[in-house]
Design a protein around this ligand. Structure first.
Ligand SMILES: *[C@@H]1O[C@H](CO)[C@@H](O)[C@H](O)[C@H]1NC(C)=O
Length: 476
């Protein structure tokens, strides 16, 4: 006992200075960027939103505020997912045709805004139906008692409205949202599958392959033990004509998920297992609601964006607003809709940096030791600009980021120091954040073709690191 205690103590004492020298995080890791390994141009995989774009129907009987284009495009939003949910004045198709039309108008205005601003659109028919989980009128569901006639009428109306309003471009249809949650589908798995196959075939026959059809859009993540995915996998194996163009599901477990979980990288691996078990084809993946409400802070947002880039899945930010509040804050990237002037939140600046500042090509980057950290980096090889986004799942304290192979960037060859700008993107308790805060802006020595940036992370803040040739050296 005694000797082993002493051995442990000795080991700890020996390890402590070594850890300090390495400057490791409390979880024993470092961030790394290797500039010699270049990838493709950024695709901004995680820059989609669920709802969050104002529309008049949601503000009935008033007019909605107009979301300024510079806020939408400045965050690089490339997908909007909507279908007129939570509009009390118009409870959806289950109440009346008028109830459907109000929700359709909401959807149409959102579609037009998205398309005018260069974004794709993901349509949510379950919300047009009225199954938005807040609607007491939603007592009937597609294919109740094995009869899909009413659903057929709904789909005919919707398909006709999509065509007559010229809504087929940049359009995806998300066949039914979260069937594995009672609030959205209080029916059996078998009825869900019947509904899915029925709708898929009707959409495809009427709209052709141009409109992408996606599913199964579970709230839970795919893995070989997930019964909804087992059912879905077996169904599309048996019926290849209804294989989705895009696999979709949600990632909403919140910040308490064990072991820095709620991780798109893990979920995409789980999907691979399901595909293997059922012999299913490869398709793009869309995690079309991500981040629990307590994960919508700059640190977590940056981490999610990094995990999307690592997994190759597309992502759309979840929206926890209610009623017209579901329709006005770009899924909590902006505030102020009801105070007469929109303003930016901390998270907006994360998306701005990710989509607008991180130009060039992707550089190899990541974190050692712990998935609670990640990095996403790009380099503009011609101008010698490096852009690094650092996120965490709720970590604080020292975090070293080592940038290596500096000499592989032509502009950096032979430089003994480089200019490094470190910015913090604060959370500010979810309030207004006008811009990032400069932490340091100084020359950092290049040693062995590397430089190290020692971040001191605050809970919920994201950090950005921009590296360039010092101005004086550039002038020479
Ligand atoms: C939907 O929009 C159309 C065209 O602007 C309008 O005529 C109609 O009254 C609206 N319907 C509802 C239910 O709001």
């Amino acid at each position: 006992m005694r000797s082993s205690f002493l051995q442990v103590l000795a080991a700890l004492l020996a390890a402590a200075p070594a850890m300090q020298a390495l400057g490791q995080s409390s979880l024993g890791g470092q961030g790394y960027v290797d500039l010699s390994v270049k990838g493709a141009a950024p695709k901004h995989l995680g820059a989609g939103i669920l709802y969050g774009v104002p529309n008049d129907a949601a503000y009935t009987p008033d007019k909605a505020p107009v979301l300024p284009s510079d806020l939408f495009n400045g965050a690089g939003i490339n997908v909007v997912r909507a279908g007129g949910a939570q509009i009390k004045a118009y409870p959806g198709f289950v109440s009346s045709l008028e109830g459907y039309k109000g929700r359709f108008n909401s959807t149409l205005q959102n579609y037009r805004y998205a398309r005018a601003h260069g974004a794709q659109f993901v349509l949510l028919p379950h919300d047009l139906w009225g199954a938005d989980s807040f609607n007491a009128a939603a007592k009937v569901y597609p294919c109740d008692n094995g009869n899909c006639d009413l659903y057929g009428k709904f789909l005919d109306q919707l398909i006709s409205d999509l065509k007559s309003n010229d809504m087929l471009f940049g359009m995806h249809i998300d066949i039914w949202n979260e069937p594995d949650i009672q609030g959205f589908w209080p029916r059996s798995q078998d009825q869900w599958i019947q509904q899915y196959n029925y709708a898929y075939r009707k959409y495809r026959a009427a709209l052709g392959p141009q409109v992408l059809l996606q599913g199964p859009t579970t709230s839970s993540q795919p893995n070989s033990g997930n019964v909804w995915w087992q059912k879905f996998g077996a169904n599309i194996k048996a019926n290849p004509d209804v294989q989705p163009d895009i696999y979709s599901f949600h990632q909403l477990q919140g910040r308490k998920a064990a072991n820095c979980g709620n991780d798109p990288v893990v979920s995409v691996q789980g999907l691979e297992d399901v595909k293997k078990a059922h012999g299913l084809p490869d398709r793009p993946v869309q995690i079309n609601e991500y981040a629990g409400s307590d994960e919508q802070t700059p640190a977590y947002s940056a981490w999610f964006l990094e995990r999307f880039e690592r997994s190759g899945a597309w992502g759309q930010r979840a929206n926890w607003g209610m009623w017209h509040g579901l329709h006005n804050d770009m899924a909590k990237l902006v505030g102020g809709a009801d105070q007469g002037a929109f303003y930016k939140l901390g998270d907006w600046h994360v998306y701005h940096y990710y989509t607008q500042v991180q130009r060039g090509v992707v550089a190899r980057a990541g974190a050692t030791g712990s998935n609670c950290y990640d990095l996403y980096a790009t380099q503009e090889p011609d101008s010698g600009l490096i852009h690094i986004l650092a996120g965490t799942r709720g970590q604080t304290g020292a975090y070293p980021v080592v940038v290596s192979s500096l000499g592989s960037v032509a502009a950096f060859k032979g430089k003994t120091s480089l200019r490094v700008l470190v910015n913090e993107i604060p959370y500010n308790g979810g309030g207004r954040v006008d811009g990032p805060v400069t932490v340091s802006h100084a020359d950092v020595a290049v040693v062995d073709d590397k430089l190290t940036v020692n971040l001191d992370m605050k809970l919920d803040s994201a950090y950005t690191i921009d590296i360039s040739v010092p101005p004086a050296a550039a002038a020479r």
